[in-house]
Design a protein around this ligand. Sequence first.
Ligand SMILES: NC(=O)c1ccc[n+]([C@@H]2O[C@H](COP(=O)([O-])OP(=O)(O)OC[C@H]3O[C@@H](n4cnc5c(N)ncnc54)[C@H](OP(=O)(O)O)[C@@H]3O)[C@@H](O)[C@H]2O)c1
Length: 339
Amino acid sequence: MKAAYLVKYGSADSAFEIREVETPQPQADQILIRVSGFGLNFADVMARLGLYKGAPPIPTVIGYDVVGVVEACGAGVDHVSKGDRVMALTRFGGYAEYAIAEKEVTVKIPDALAPGEAVALATQYCTAYYLACRMANIQEGEKVLIHAAAGGVGTALTQIAIDKKCTVFGTCSSSKKIAYLKGNGVHHPINYLTSDFESSVRSIAGDDGIDVVFDPVGGKSVKKGFRLLGSGGRILTFGASSMNKTKSIFGKIKVLGQFGIYHPVQFLSNSKGMIGVNMLKVAEDRPDKIGGVMREVVQGYHDGILKPHVGGEFHIDQLAEAHQFLQSRKSMGKVVVLW
Ligand SMILES: NC(=O)c1ccc[n+]([C@@H]2O[C@H](COP(=O)([O-])OP(=O)(O)OC[C@H]3O[C@@H](n4cnc5c(N)ncnc54)[C@H](OP(=O)(O)O)[C@@H]3O)[C@@H](O)[C@H]2O)c1
């Protein structure tokens, strides 16, 4: 089979190499999938830049989500069979013609679901659902602030929060994205490049502040978000995209410092909290939890509540372009690469 190997950190142009390798075989509780498309995630960009410490050392095949057809099943798999169309989460190995997925995170999907929509449901919507419904437990009437609201996870978080009847504040970096946010139902879209998001949110939300902040940006964005929380508020920190601006170790240390320093007594006395989420860790330690979320997400799609938006579809020959597109901050919704 062919697989796109990450062979060099840095520019997308020279980072990948298509190699011919042996097709893997499924072990017990695993499924071999003939991949028709795989999703790009911001973590892939961080891995390509050498900034993602959870990624395997190069040369390696990255990739978290695939859509395709079941080719073979290991012992103990009975919910899908050869020929079924599925979406699945992979623990790397997704940028290949065949990928292995654990049975808990492989779900049958209808033929009508486009490849980009399927991989968006697998990663971005599962992440958003886990954040909003499991960890933050957002409630009707709450005010929620979503950063990178035009992105893959941001689009999903917005739809979930609107369904829960929350008031949604969303940030993004261009007027084109502001229009996209409005179309997705964000009540208060904010371009954080033209106005400070903390003052903008405060001027609308008032002294009670915000109930929930979803932050994948990291650094000073977390510190500002924490300041915006009112009583009972919680901030979910689940990424550090701001880290990609800096190459030097000092720059990275600076961003880490900008998150702020917190003490549990501060959480206790102000009745507010901070939750960190790493889906890879949850998938590794508690795949059952992710499996449950995946099934609820597919149900949400069937119910018409979750409507994935595909912001870019590329052919495997355009992998570098696809990576560059996601890194450039121009993408809205999910980016998918097809074989
Ligand atoms: N913890 C987890 O388990 C987990 C799982 C999935 C995703 N994530 C995180 O969630 C975030 C969203 O992931 P995604 O795959 O859906 O990506 P995405 O949101 O579609 O794309 C990333 C977006 O982040 C924003 N951004 C802010 N600062 C940036 C910077 N310095 N450089 C580049 N982009 C920046 C950009 O939007 P604006 O320019 O409009 O701000 C950009 O479009 C990422 O940070 C990712 O690492 C975490």
